[in-house]
Design a protein around this ligand. Structure first.
Ligand code: ZN
Length: 296
């Protein structure tokens, strides 16, 4: 039953992510009451797009801002939890598409926070998504560029106060895709928190970008390495930029309802998320091969 449910959710996620227009996804702007996930980790996103807030001894870290038009909503969520916007000291990003990075310029300006991302991610953010190496270039809407973005190395650790967040480069969905991990504690119980980036393989309609391009064998090699990396992460609580892709809000609801075993804490969630990534990549590669055969 569980695997069927996951298969259905996976199919839904594939359809959801294939369209790049916010108007097709009312849940992307639908308000969600902000809440504590675990320890110092909070959810401040919308129903359909994640924004994660992490508290430290010296201010807050925000991961992702969601759509440009959601900036006030995310800022309102941070304040509704009792925090000050000026306490946001650092903003990180999963990948530099409008639905995750669109509001970052506004939130950085309003809070005074610095912004950091992977090497390629920083370049993508500074041009507001106008990045020809992005497989969805030309289709994914552009968004307000972020004037200055610092770089976190692969496996590099960013620190704010007593919080340490590790960057794991997971290129594939975009060149700069990054997954982030940290520990959150309640009393002496510390859990491995994982914000795994999207692992879906999508290209813009009409684009000549091919994941299977023989001139770019690194596209598939790096993608599979990213998927294997996510599968191998120590993983207690999995979150993802599109909460539906990791079943995150449903697992949270089960947690709040007292379901046993606690569905929020699921050490197999990263492996299943990675397996879904493999399925989506293989489906994309098969489609590209079929397209090549059909061409004259
Ligand atoms: Zn994306």
């Amino acid at each position: 039953m569980k695997s069927l449910r996951h298969a259905l959710l996976g199919a839904f996620a594939l359809v959801a992510a294939a369209s790049a227009h916010a108007a097709d996804h009312p849940d992307w702007t639908q308000p969600e009451k902000p809440f504590r996930i675990y320890g110092n980790t909070y959810y401040v996103g919308t129903r359909g797009l994640s924004a994660i807030l992490i508290g430290s001894s010296k201010g807050l870290v925000l991961i992702d801002g969601t759509l440009p038009q959601n900036a006030a909503q995310v800022e309102g969520n941070i304040k509704a939890l009792g925090f000050k916007l000026e306490d946001v000291k650092l903003i990180l990003n999963s990948h530099a598409h409008f639905d995750h990075a669109g509001a970052i310029a506004a939130i950085a300006r309003d809070s005074g926070a610095r912004v950091a991302a992977s090497d390629a991610g920083a370049k993508e953010l500074m041009v507001g998504g106008h990045y020809p190496d992005d497989p969805q270039f030309g289709e994914a809407p552009e968004y307000p560029p972020i004037p200055h973005v610092g770089v976190v190395a692969d496996n590099g650790v960013v620190r704010v106060g007593d919080v340490a967040i590790t960057a794991h480069y997971t290129p594939g969905h975009t060149p700069g895709s990054t997954s982030w991990t940290w520990e959150s504690c309640e009393g002496s119980r510390c859990l491995h928190m994982v914000y795994a980036d999207s692992l879906g393989a999508f290209t813009a309609d009409g684009s000549d970008y091919r994941y299977s391009d023989p001139a770019h064998p690194e596209r598939v090699t790096n993608y599979r390495r990213s998927i294997a990396m996510v599968a191998a992460l120590p993983c207690d609580i999995l979150m993802s930029p599109h909460p539906s892709q990791s079943d995150f809000l449903e697992r949270m609801a089960g947690h709040n309802a007292g379901t046993q075993p606690d569905p929020l804490i699921d050490t197999g969630a990263c492996r299943r998320y990675a397996a879904e990534g493999t399925r989506m990549l293989d489906a994309k590669l098969a489609k590209e091969r079929a397209g090549q055969k059909a061409a004259p």
